[in-house]
Design a protein around this ligand. Structure first.
Ligand code: DMJ
Length: 566
């Protein structure tokens, strides 16, 4: 009786009828999402390519974040998510032929990383499933990986600071301008580990992961006595320039990357950092399952607002197993969606209304992203209802003759002449994945379409075995490929050591062919044990191998990875 009552109360609170979606209904919604994608995608190709973005009111194009045909790079893996292998192949080849990063353009280090490097890495890792011709050694080599590496190298000069924390902007041809501001937002410092560790582990070049880790460690040391970080920091002096602490704009993906980096890399250091931040965030910023902004040193409330960018938080909390609070916070955010048919950029919690000049909804994905994780973790069809609501209001409010336009003002539905590339990279992708719970990107393991056993030399890399981790632009990364390629470079190193010793043994007297006691300085401890071969002894180079389900990251798909508080 009590259970029935509390279920009814929850239902009343949420104001959502407990609709049950059948498999047929979900399939029908998936078809609608596909046609939304192609309406915008075809229009971008017809009217805007090779510019970065489509302008959906004037049906033309413009460069925004660089000059990389950004929408095409960002949308590439969505093509495969929707099952379009032939178009994926065509576009992957087209991008190799047309995109050039040797350009005199000032680019955002953060945006170039999450959209361009992330998009290319993900497309590279999915190239096998997409039926692309693979070069020997893939996924540890390949043309899309080289493009991602090329783009990321252009970002590295930004990390050449006394602290290791990067500048926010870099010129792709000339490096950091001498007049560049040293003030970078927190997310602009701490949102690299997923892409940069992936690059390092696939290519064997540690420079990227080292840069990302150095920035993370430097940022960690600047937290306040009460354990919070602010919004903007001077990367030369380490002084906090904007001292508002919260989980939204300017900070959001820093926390996201600590959690997802911990899962993807099985890294206790990153998890420890997040756990400490989370304690301070829960202590100082959480009120009635909303998260406010507070002064980073005193903990006093500076802005009692909810920002639409914060809506990723329930999804992230579900990855940590904190389902109860994630669900309650999601309900708060969903109530705002229902009030306006979208999430305004800023919402005043005490006033229950939008904030002046922040009434827009640029078709952001965050609430849909959280709905996807929470549906995966709970099976509750309320999250599908949110997905359908989102689809209906995007169609009704923002569809134009040649795409979908950002909403300038949710109160009167005025539109802006802009369709950000994250609409096709994230919003549509998460919406589709929400309605496709058996999609391979949710899975992993050996059953069904979860694993894909053709990567690596000898076809022994079991890809997709550990599930997928989405970067902050919704580009899926495959932890299994990282482990395969790390093994690959380890094997190559062992083979090199072996050949070196054999050649030394042939040249030097026996007394001088002793093994060195120490490992090479740049080899992490435990990664390259030397193998002593006796003369005449044979050893075949070990075949590449990856365990089938070795990663606890696989559990992340159920939202349980760290639920035991380890
Ligand atoms: C995207 O580019 C990324 O999700 C980023 O982390 C935040 N902003 C947009 C989407 O809202």
């Amino acid at each position: 009786m009590r259970a029935a009552l509390s279920a009814a109360v929850l239902l009343l609170l949420s104001g959502v009828a407990a609709l049950h979606f059948t498999e047929e209904q979900m399939a029908a919604v998936r078809e609608r999402i596909k046609s939304m994608f192609y309406h915008a995608y075809n229009s971008y190709l017809d009217n805007a390519f090779p510019y970065d973005e489509l302008r959906p009111l004037t049906c033309d194009g413009q460069d925004t974040w660089g000059s990389f045909s950004l929408t095409l790079i960002d949308a590439l893996d969505t093509l495969l998510v929707l099952g379009n292998r032939t178009e994926f192949q065509r576009v992957a080849t087209l991008l190799q032929d047309t995109v050039d990063f040797d350009i005199d353009v000032n680019a955002s280090v953060f945006e170039t990383n999450i959209r361009v490097v992330g998009g290319l890495l993900s497309a590279h890792m999915l190239a096998g499933r997409a039926g692309m011709e693979l070069e020997p050694g893939w996924p540890c080599t390949g043309p899309l990986l080289r493009m991602a590496e090329d783009a990321a190298r252009k970002l590295l000069p930004a990390f050449q600071t006394p602290t290791g924390m990067p500048y926010g902007t870099v010129n792709l041809l000339h490096g950091v301008s001498p007049t560049e501001t040293p003030v970078t937002c927190t997310a602009g410092v701490g949102t690299f580990i997923l892409e940069f560790a992936t690059l390092s582990r696939l290519t064997g070049d540690p420079v990227f992961e080292n840069a990302a880790r150095q920035a993370l460690r430097a940022l960690w040391k600047t937290r306040s006595d009460i354990g919070l970080v602010g919004n903007h920091i001077d990367v030369l002096s380490k002084k906090w320039v904007a001292q508002d602490a919260g989980i939204g704009a300017g900070v959001d993906s820093y926390f996201e990357y600590l959690v997802k980096g911990a899962i993807m890399l099985q890294d206790e250091e990153l998890l420890g950092m997040f756990r400490a931040y989370d304690r301070a965030i829960q202590n100082y910023t959480r009120f009635d399952d909303w998260y406010l902004w507070v002064q980073m040193h005193k903990g006093t409330v500076s802005m009692p607002i909810f920002q639409s960018l914060e809506a990723f938080w329930p999804g992230l909390q579900s990855l940590l197993g904190n389902l109860d609070s994630a669900v309650r916070t999601f309900q708060n955010y969903y109530s705002v969606w229902r009030q306006f048919g979208g999430l305004p950029e800023f919402y005043s919690i005490p006033q229950g209304y939008t904030v002046d000049k922040r009434e827009g909804y640029p078709l952001r994905p965050e609430l849909i992203e959280s709905a996807m994780y929470l549906f995966r973790a709970t099976g509750d069809h309320t999250y599908l209802q949110l997905g359908l609501d989102a689809l209906e209001s995007i169609e009704r409010i923002s569809r134009t003759g040649c795409g979908y336009a950002s909403v300038k003002d949710l109160r009167d539905h005025q539109l802006d002449n802009r369709m950000e590339s994250f609409f096709l990279a994230e919003t549509i992708k998460y919406l589709y994945l929400l309605f496709d719970p058996s999609h391979f990107l949710h899975g992993g393991g050996t059953e069904g379409d979860g694993s894909w056993e053709e990567g690596g030399e000898g076809g022994q890399c079991v890809l997709g075995a550990g599930g997928f981790i989405f970067n902050t632009e919704a580009h899926p990364l495959d932890p299994a490929a990282l482990y395969c390629c790390s093994r690959h470079s380890q094997d190559r190193q062992e083979l090199g050591d072996m050949l070196l010793r054999l050649s030394q043994a042939g040249r030097k007297p026996a007394s001088q062919s002793k093994q060195p006691d120490t490992q090479p300085e740049d080899t992490p401890p435990g990664q390259s044990e030397t193998i002593a071969l006796k003369p005449g002894e044979k050893r075949t180079a070990p075949a590449l191998s990856c365990p089938v389900q070795p990663f606890s990251a696989r559990l992340s798909i159920l939202g349980q990875v760290f639920s035991d508080n380890t």
